[in-house]
Design a protein around this ligand. Structure first.
Ligand SMILES: *Cc1c(COP(=O)(O)O)cnc(C)c1O
Length: 465
């Protein structure tokens, strides 16, 4: 058996990594110089690197390891499924038990009439499916002109041509010919950064009404769908004002625009319900799922689709699918993950125990001189770093300069948190316990102190004029 173990010193692993491994969203040459951190193993909420450092994973990997690391049950299920049936496709009028069981379970868990699942290998693939599915839906209903999908600036929906186009990351659009045609972006409900003098409630309504304006300008007969994350994740954990989603829902209902909720992060307990749509009061026609679906133990994603949309799509041939749609091993792993989430009451734990406990501690970080706001829903949170709380000012330095310093100070204190510009974001495993939350907040506080000292000593504690 060729186990992949740390038989090489860290420096050699880093040199091989630099020579042969191209990293996502990374400046390769810069990383090659510095050397990537090598993660060896993990248990619960704790990572161990090749130097033996024990690091609290405040990001659950990439927002996905909801049940925490090291669950034997998932290893067992994967091994059993590989022995029984490692692969079969679902294209040519065949199916298999793991895909059947997982689709049925998802239909049971999903709200309303979301009873049908189209599987993919990732969130990006699932959103590519959604683009083709909503356009095909309208074409099959005799309205092929309805092809525009409205999304939002600073949204994240994946990194493929389609999903990256849906996303609103301009630095992604700048490379490789995105966005594809017929994707339209409206502004995000990011009150802290863009709300000016309006109240959050006013601002939430105004930003939601941009959807109505866009539909008016583009023409109702040309708009197929609106897609959004219930709470933006990669964009900086941006929790919309309470007025936002009810107004979006009203507009989608009024103009018969399909509503796609991208639940890739918010799904599977992150917000204290099974789905973010339940927490935010959204009634989507399609939900995108991935990440927490398998807690990241296997690559799998999908679209959970309403009776209406699935009925229309089913009336013709949908010329779409992936070799790994409903992959039996990934499906079996996901199903076991859902069993654990359900039987161990992990979602109740988020809602009633870990979420409220974290909220109290997290919000207290707002007293720090470097922190403007500290917000959280369930177990996803963000803090805005600012040189001036009252005016919600940005730093005079390039966006992300201070955030990067803060992230480095987190690493140095054995805590993984990400920075999105000058915001810090967190999303720990959902099984995190109160004592671990204490440790996390402790380390975050120390990182903020050290960051503050560094920012001041470098003369960066200065507002943009
Ligand atoms: C991560 C993410 C995706 C993309 O999922 P991948 O599995 O990385 O392709 C899509 N939508 C949201 C909201 C995400 O956070």
């Amino acid at each position: 058996m060729s186990a992949i173990t740390n038989h090489l010193p860290t420096a050699e692993l880093q040199a091989l990594d630099a020579a042969h491994h191209m990293h996502p969203f990374t400046t390769g040459n810069e990383l090659a110089e510095k050397g990537a951190r090598v993660i060896m193993r993990a248990k619960g909420v704790t990572l161990t690197d090749s130097e033996g450092n024990e690091i609290l994973d405040g990001m659950a990997g990439l927002w996905c390891v909801n049940i925490g690391y090291g669950r034997e049950e998932l290893a067992e299920v994967a091994a059993r499924q590989i022995r029984e049936l490692p692969f079969y496709n679902t294209f040519f009028q065949t199916t298999h038990v793991p895909a059947i069981a997982l689709a049925s379970k998802l239909a049971e868990l999903a709200p309303g009439d979301l009873n049908h699942v189209f599987f993919a290998g990732s969130g990006s693939e699932a959103n590519d499916t959604n683009i083709r599915m909503v356009r095909t839906y309208w074409a099959m209903k005799g309205k092929p002109s309805k092809s525009i999908i409205i999304s939002r600036k600073n949204a994240y929906h994946g990194s493929s041509m389609g999903s990256g186009s849906l996303g609103g990351m301009t630095y992604m659009h700048a490379q490789g010919g995105m966005p594809i045609p017929d994707i339209h972006h409206i502004n995000q409900p990011h009150w802290w950064a863009e709300g000016g003098d309006s109240t959050p409630a006013e601002f939430g309504l105004a930003r939601a009404r941009e959807l109505e304006t866009a539909i008016g300008e583009l023409g109702e007969d040309r708009v197929a769908a609106f897609i959004a994350e219930p709470i933006q994740g990669a964009g900086g954990v941006i929790i919309p004002p309470e007025t936002y989603w009810p107004e979006i829902q009203r507009i989608c209902d009024k103009y018969e625009i399909l509503l796609i909720a991208d639940e890739v992060i918010c799904g599977f307990g992150r917000t204290g319900n099974w789905f973010g749509s339940q927490t935010l009061g959204i009634r989507p026609d399609i939900m995108t799922i991935a990440k927490g679906l398998s807690s990241g133990y296997a690559p799998i994603g999908g679209s959970i689709v309403s009776d209406e949309v699935a009925g229309v799509i089913g009336s013709g041939e949908f010329n779409h699918g992936y070799t790994y749609s409903g992959h039996p091993v990934a499906s079996a792993v996901a199903l076991e993950n859902l069993r654990i989430l359900e039987e161990e009451n992990v979602i109740d734990h988020v809602r009633d125990v870990a979420g409220p406990y974290m909220k109290e501690k997290w919000q207290a970080l707002a007293d720090h001189p470097l922190v403007g706001e500290a917000r959280i829903v369930g177990l996803m949170g963000s803090i805005a770093l600012t040189p001036h709380k009252e005016s919600r000012a940005k730093f005079a330095s390039d966006e992300g300069t201070v955030g990067l310093i803060c992230r480095e100070r987190c690493f140095a204190n054995n805590l993984v948190m990400r920075h999105v510009g000058d915001r810090m974001v967190m999303s720990p495993p959902l099984v995190i316990q109160p004592t671990e939350i204490d440790t996390m907040i402790d380390r975050a506080g120390r990182a903020l102190d050290e960051c503050y000292a560094e920012v001041k000593s470098q003369g960066l504690f200065k507002a943009a004029s």
